[in-house]
Design a protein. Structure first.
Length: 288
């Protein structure tokens, strides 16, 4: 960790009067790449640039992803060559990651698979801006027509990477006083990085590693059903292999709103990340 980033982190600790917890926090902190959103862009950004929204830059033979014949919306693309190096990221140093979502699934149902998709393009020399597929117009009763599969296009803004240290929602093994709890919440806000690669997630609701493990093994987690399944206890032993890949917040500059000021979280197992199997990603949406 470059010294300047740790110094910034320690200054936030001092600001929030948490000196006595500094060593514990440094032990539990994880590096992440914050993705700082720029202003809403009125023109198309250069091909391959990291961005939210707009239209994806893809290889010429790429087809727009769908679920149940309905096209997904383009959420973000990350140019890996723009990213600063952080510990254990396991990402290549070149290529483009592209994220899509249909804004309909929440990630607690195995049937949600396909409603979010992640692609890795290793070759970026022949990218083109991909136009969304035309809306399909279906005929209804009494001669009425409706557009049923139009792609929702978000406004676009650039993303600029910056290394940060992130903290868990709850410090493991540390009991905080009421004042410390309040200060710790303020510290989490000060850290920023509401859009981020890796690190600890900013939780809107509950932790997600166990949910990822259960739902990707066919257990429904929209209620207590999956958690009470006889297989859950054994599967729970594997949940530590899940790693946050990308967190995307609701973002005014891209006209993005996930539920009620919610977030999207794309997770991946460490072994799948190492093998670049981004089709194995699982996404969970949380909101207030």
């Amino acid at each position: 960790m470059p010294e300047k980033y740790q110094e910034k982190f320690e200054s936030l600790i001092a600001k929030n009067d948490l000196h006595s917890l500094k060593e514990a926090m440094l032990l539990q902190a994880k590096q992440a790449v914050a993705l700082i959103a720029g202003d809403k862009s009125k023109v198309a950004l250069p091909l391959g640039q990291s961005k939210l929204g707009g239209r994806p830059d893809t290889p010429p033979d790429f087809n727009w992803p769908t679920k149940d014949d309905k096209p997904l919306s383009f959420i973000a693309q990350i140019n890996l060559s723009e990213l600063p190096a952080i510990e254990s990221s396991q990402l290549p140093t070149h290529g483009l990651l592209s994220f899509f979502y249909n804004n309909e699934v929440w990630g607690f149902d195995p049937k949600d698979k396909g409603g979010f998709q992640v692609f890795y393009f290793a070759e970026v020399n022949h990218l083109r801006q991909l136009l969304p597929p035309p809306a399909v117009v279906e005929k209804k009763f009494f001669g009425m027509f409706s557009k049923s599969t139009a792609v929702h296009e978000f406004a676009t803004c650039s993303l600029t990477p910056e290394i940060i240290l992130t903290l868990p929602y709850n410090l493991d093994g540390i009991e905080l006083s009421d004042e410390q709890s309040s200060n710790y919440c303020n510290l989490l806000d000060d850290i920023g990085g509401q859009h981020r690669l890796f690190g600890h997630p900013v939780l809107v609701q509950n932790e997600m590693e166990l949910e990822c493990e259960l739902v990707t093994n066919g257990l429904y987690c929209g209620d207590a059903t999956g958690y009470k399944d006889p297989r859950a206890a054994e599967l729970e032993k594997n949940c530590h292999h899940w790693k946050l890949l990308l967190q995307i917040n609701s973002e005014d500059n891209a006209d993005m709103m996930w539920g009620d000021l919610g977030m999207l979280y794309f997770w991946i197992k460490e072994e799948d990340l190492a093998a670049l199997r981004f089709d194995k990603c699982w996404m969970i949406s949380q909101c207030h």
